[in-house]
Design a binder for this molecule. Structure first.
Ligand SMILES: *Cc1c(COP(=O)(O)O)cnc(C)c1O
Length: 437
């Protein structure tokens, strides 16, 4: 970098409240990450080509970018987009709709439409994501699978994070109809599963019962690797469009990609028996779905770089981080443990102050429905609640960890992490002396 550019950049960071010491410390960490970033860029390059290839194969045309209203019969853009998703996720068919309101809804839909009373659902990877507890009926809830006579079993991962194959074999019974595998650790401490590991698990299950449906909760995992769960035998891959595959542009939506019969079941449940995929106007969102998907590989790469940068920076400062600085990545979430509430609060306030939207807001911990402690959230997003955008949150309880994710561009992710560090330094949680390199 030229001297002039370096000084100009430094001045610009100073305008945004980043001290020379914080910037220099961040840049020192970055200098060691060139190889990691090159790998991330290569994955993005591969996935960019994959997306373009799928769009070309499906003959995406200008007419596809228009929307429909009313019933939405013959919605060319919607039907073609579903073919594109099927191509990318190695599936026979897909359901990609703005009527799927979020990730939880997509997962609930996939489960409720493919399970029948008397069936059993199995999670061989431990407790699923919080919001699914009510879908399944682990926590009593109106309309849960449990209320419809669908039972649930769970096999936890072994202490080292590996699959408990013996217990899984024992848990597969005649009634077992569907196996749900969550790729991302979500807000737990277990490791995120790689697509290859998921493939091994699916092969093991199919060897025991080939007819069992294997579903993967792919939230936060899309485009992090060059393969997706459909490439290793998943019957259904499910996720949210306000995370990775929406590329920050999709304003709502979810997807289910998989076996034709599974997707058909989901479509009949989403709309109505007899109608299925034939209805569902796309209104004005189709072009955002296409363009967001087009951008998703590089947006995911930006978020990944942010996660790797944060891991290395906070690890160097002595805070426990999951994944650690050198581990390979299978989702975009980064956990940093501060050990005290002030650290979580300062971090989230720093992230918020880096936003383009609502940067002037100071987040505070509050009692959120569904959580057993106060939670603080930082989110200054163009799409409300979007977590592919720079965001962080942390429950105010031991071990006082924050979960950080997103960043539509790498420079924004970098700014967010520097602002978080600056906030910790300013509030005296990270002493200045630690920044000496
Ligand atoms: C985000 C997430 C969900 C739920 O998605 P929402 O859009 O928040 O409803 C489910 N599973 C995992 C692993 C997630 O990360």
């Amino acid at each position: 970098m030229g001297i002039y550019m370096k000084e100009t950049l430094k001045a610009q960071y100073a305008e945004l409240g980043i001290s020379d010491a914080v910037l220099a410390f961040g840049n020192e960490i970055l200098a060691s990450l060139e190889d990691r970033f090159r790998e991330i860029d290569e994955t993005a390059e591969y996935n960019q080509l994959k997306v373009i290839h799928a769009m070309q194969e499906c003959r995406v045309s200008e007419a596809c970018l228009l929307g429909t209203t009313g019933y939405g019969y013959n919605d060319l853009g919607r039907d073609t987009l579903e073919k594109v998703y099927a191509g990318i996720f190695h599936a026979e068919d897909a359901l990609v709709r703005p009527q799927i309101t979020c990730g939880t809804h997509a997962l609930a839909l996939a489960l409720m439409s493919n399970l029948r009373p008397g069936d059993e659902l199995l999670s061989p990877v431990g407790k699923p994501y919080d919001t699914l507890e009510e879908v399944i009926g682990i926590r009593e809830s109106k309309g849960s699978l449990k209320e419809y006579g669908i039972s649930y079993r769970q096999v936890d991962l072994l202490p080292d994070g590996s699959f408990d194959y013996n217990a899984i074999r024992a848990a597969i019974r005649d009634r077992t109809r569907l196996v749900t595998i969550q790729r991302s650790k979500g807000y737990q401490t277990r490791p995120t599963l790689s697509v290859t590991q998921i493939g091994e698990l699916i092969r093991f299950i199919k060897a025991i019962r080939p007819d069992v449906i294997c579903m993967v909760d792919n939230c936060y995992g899309e485009f992090v690797e060059t393969i997706e769960p459909g490439d290793v035998g998943a019957d259904m891959t499910v996720g949210s469009l306000i995370k990775n595959p929406g590329g920050g542009l999709a304003p709502i939506g979810g997807y289910i990609a998989g076996k034709r019969e599974c997707v058909e079941n989901a479509a009949y449940r989403l709309t109505s028996p007899g109608l299925g995929k034939e209805v569902g106007a796309s209104l004005g969102v189709t072009s955002s779905f296409y363009q967001g998907l087009f951008l998703a590989p590089t947006v995911t790469a930006s978020a990944l770089k942010g996660a790797v940068f944060a891991a290395n920076l906070f690890e160097r400062l002595g805070f426990p981080v999951v994944p650690n600085g050198t581990e390979s990545r299978h989702d975009i979430i980064q956990a940093v443990t501060f050990g005290k509430p002030e650290g979580v609060i300062a971090f989230c306030q720093g992230i918020q102050s880096a936003a383009s939207v609502d940067s002037f807001v100071t987040p505070q911990p509050w009692d959120m429905p569904g959580y057993d402690s106060e939670v603080i959230m930082a989110a200054g997003a163009f799409v409300s609640g979007s977590s592919i955008e720079l965001s962080a949150d942390g429950p105010i309880k031991p071990p006082f960890a924050v979960y950080f994710q997103g960043g539509l561009t790498w420079p924004h992710a970098k700014l967010g992490i520097l602002k978080a560090l600056q906030s910790l330094v300013t509030q005296g949680i990270v002493p200045d002396s630690l920044l000496k390199i």
